[in-house]
Design a protein around this ligand. Structure first.
Ligand SMILES: NC(=O)c1ccc[n+]([C@@H]2O[C@H](COP(=O)([O-])OP(=O)(O)OC[C@H]3O[C@@H](n4cnc5c(N)ncnc54)[C@H](O)[C@@H]3O)[C@@H](O)[C@H]2O)c1
Length: 285
């Protein structure tokens, strides 16, 4: 995807969930486009240290790793303050990217349903729901709340909140994922207009189906793109301040028909096929 990479030249950027996958690729692309300084925030200490050291060797003085569990408001506050300090007071871009896929069963299934046997799939309790919202929703909310005053003080900035194609095509056995990412999309698109006149841009971004650790032990679906492809497409569309950024073509196509009453047969047919395949034990997307 061609775009003017110089949009990011000289900018400062912090990315959460940056120690692997899409988040790490966003950091690498930003540095390659000439970002002045970047901060990687993640709670995986080993990966964080490894990638911070590797990137610092390549870009001396321009990279900082910040250990941060985004589900803890105080850690997000400290992370934003630490990034601002490293950047000399200014944060141009925050990407709230940390998140997880959260597959599971809404209630206990009848014995004929074999998905219960699929590794890692469990019946989701209230505490699972709370943890899901803590990570996929509140983590980003805390980031937005902390960064807005910093950006306002400096005359503006940009926040990209990473949602998922599941917002537009909510799949069976992923109720927690669909609900948390839909909530995050709602938050983001409201903030977009609340802070437009403060020159703070808000964008929702789906990464598209991307081969990362999010798939766990299951192989990424055939045709999944690389994290670099996803990151480049997100940053290209963010440079144009797109309201919702679609990380791949299927996400963009799906969003065109998902909620339109004239086309409801399309998502109904597809999502029912996915649900039945998953019910039979096949993890289809
Ligand atoms: N890969 C895909 O196909 C895909 C599709 C749609 C949406 N997404 C979204 O993209 C984002 C990035 O996911 P990914 O695919 O790169 O997965 P990933 O598992 O490779 O990366 C997630 C990163 O988030 C970090 N993280 C998890 N919990 C954290 C916490 N509490 N605090 C701080 N960091 C935490 C992990 O350590 C990891 O480095 C997620 O929000 C995910 O929901 C991914």
């Amino acid at each position: 995807m061609e775009f003017d990479e110089s949009y990011y030249k000289g900018k400062t950027a912090v990315v959460t969930g940056a120690a692997s996958g899409v988040g790490l690729a966003l950091i690498e692309e930003l540095l390659a486009y000439g970002a002045e300084k970047v901060a990687l925030a993640d709670f995986n200490k080993e990966n964080l240290e490894k990638h911070t050291a590797r990137l610092s060797a390549e870009y001396p003085g321009r990279v900082k790793g910040i250990l941060c569990d985004v589900t803890k408001e105080s850690e997000v506050a400290a992370m934003i303050a630490g990034a601002a300090e490293f950047f000399g007071g200014r944060i141009d871009l925050l990407v709230n990217n940390a998140g997880a896929g959260l597959m599971g069963l809404f209630v206990a299934p009848p014995s004929s349903v074999s998905i219960a046997e699929v590794k890692g799939v469990k019946i989701q309790t209230n505490s699972d729901w709370e943890r899901a919202f803590a990570l996929n929703f509140y983590g980003a909310l805390y980031g937005c709340r902390e960064v807005i005053p910093v950006m306002r003080r400096n005359g503006g900035g940009q926040v990209i909140n990473v949602i998922s194609g599941i917002v537009f095509y909510p799949m069976a056995y992923q109720t927690m994922y669909a609900a948390t990412k839909s909530a995050l999309n709602g938050l983001t698109l409201s903030l977009r207009y609340e802070y437009w006149d403060d020159n703070i841009k808000f964008n929702s971004a789906t990464p598209g189906t991307t081969a990362t650790g999010i798939w766990g032990d299951t192989p990424a679906p055939q045709g999944a793109q690389t994290p670099k492809q996803s990151a480049r497409r997100i940053l290209a569309q963010a440079s144009r301040n797109r309201r919702v950024i679609f990380g791949d073509d299927p996400d963009e196509a799906g969003a065109k028909n998902c909620f339109h009453p004239d086309y409801e047969e399309i998502p109904d047919t597809y999502l029912l096929e996915v649900a039945r395949a998953r019910r039979g034990g096949e993890i289809r997307v």
